[in-house]
Design a protein around this ligand. Structure first.
Ligand SMILES: NC(=O)c1ccc[n+]([C@@H]2O[C@H](COP(=O)([O-])OP(=O)(O)OC[C@H]3O[C@@H](n4cnc5c(N)ncnc54)[C@H](OP(=O)(O)O)[C@@H]3O)[C@@H](O)[C@H]2O)c1
Length: 340
């Protein structure tokens, strides 16, 4: 998160002056993608480009139309070049479309609708809702062609917003430590409450802290405290009271050595890679059945009639706002198909 904080200091909105050239055998420019060529400050390196309509998908692939794609902190880190796993570049976003240089389309998460199914694809049909199981599949676009094995069907009973944010929401199955106000934290609070588990939630202090506490306790948080509260020594007694006197979990060295204790992290991208299609779809059904509340969000529409310059500027400005901190809402991109 520190890099997001850094953005706050350094972001300025500038529109790149160099347009990306491409050649294509088709005159139809029916799609748009947000992209970067080189990693760096998102306010400088992100732009938008139009590209031709997608031909029929090749065998084993599907064409999808993205409906909503979140801008997550990890996406910003990918653009900055500080995320541990690197995206792969492409010089073509559609058949017959060819770019001078490799580009990268950010976006790890998002809800898409299947618009065309290639031969040899089982279990998917036009109109299905899917999310990507492949990391950094490039969801900040109006449409893409994707290998069928890299998508997971999600129930259409979900709202668009819940479906678009379900991939990060699925991390709740690891019940990891996270910021309670984050997209990731809120499902954990709700699931814990339904299981009868108590949660102690730490947030950064802010002007409207009481409203945030109210919001999180309504979701099911047992207690919400600020990091500033940690300076108050009486908090120890309160925590003892809230937890029934339980001690914090400690991991003594002896247990690691003599009892072969291990600890490990959780990376949702690895989870998806290691699971079968059935297991991934089962998880989506479990999450849909939980009927979790939609996260606070704001839809940023890149309208079809807008130019690539305006589209790029809108995304850069949105990330600038996020970088200022305490934005409180998930920004969801809706990239419409540009007017022909
Ligand atoms: N392990 C995995 O597989 C996995 C998967 C997905 C996400 N993640 C990670 O989970 C985290 C949350 O992701 P998300 O999509 O839920 O993000 P999000 O909805 O955008 O929320 C970000 C949260 O981080 C808080 N925050 C930012 N800077 C902070 C700081 N310096 N100190 C304390 N809190 C800070 C924000 O609090 P304010 O409201 O105070 O701004 C906000 O609640 C990210 O670090 C992401 O990379 C991990």
């Amino acid at each position: 998160m520190s890099s997001l904080q850094g953005l706050r200091r350094s972001l300025v909105c500038s529109i790149p002056t160099r347009a990306l050239r491409f050649t294509t055998s088709s005159t139809l420019r029916a799609n748009r993608a947000i992209y970067f060529e080189k990693t760096g400050d998102p306010s400088h390196v992100l732009s938008a480009l139009t590209f031709p309509s997608l031909p029929a998908p090749p065998s084993g692939s599907v064409n999808v139309r993205f409906r909503l794609s979140p801008i997550n902190p990890s996406d910003v880190n990918v653009v900055e070049g500080v995320y541990p796993s690197k995206p792969s570049g492409t010089q073509s976003l559609a058949e017959g479309h060819s770019l001078d240089n490799s580009i990268y389309v950010p976006g790890n998460e998002g809800l898409a609708e299947v618009t065309d199914v290639g031969s040899g694809v089982a279990g998917l049909q036009r109109g299905d809702w899917v999310v990507l199981s492949k990391q950094q599949g490039g969801t900040w676009a109006s449409a893409r062609t994707i290998a069928a094995e890299d998508v997971v069907k999600v129930p259409t009973s979900l709202s668009e917003v819940n479906a678009a944010t379900i991939t990060v929401g699925s991390v709740v199955h690891s019940y990891q430590h996270c910021h309670p106000h984050a997209m990731l934290g809120k499902p954990i609070i709700q699931i814990a409450a339904r299981k009868g588990w108590k949660t102690l939630n730490f947030v950064r202090n802010r002007k409207d802290i009481e409203a945030l506490k109210e919001q999180l306790t309504t979701l099911g948080a047992t207690q919400v405290v600020t990091y500033d509260d940690l300076n108050d020594r009486s908090l120890r007694d309160k925590v003892r009271e809230w937890t029934g006197g339980k001690q914090p979990l400690s991991l003594p060295t002896g247990a690691f050595i003599f009892k072969n204790l291990t600890t490990h992290g959780f990376w949702q991208s690895r989870w998806y890679k290691e699971k079968t299609r059935e297991e991934r779809e089962d998880l989506m059904r479990v999450l849909a059945d939980l009927k979790l509340q939609e996260p606070a969000h704001e839809v940023l529409t890149i309208a079809g009639k807008e130019t690539d310059e305006v589209a790029g500027a809108k995304v850069r400005q949105a990330i600038q706002k996020m970088g200022e901190g305490q934005y409180g809402k998930k920004i969801l991109l809706r990239v419409e198909q540009p007017d022909d």
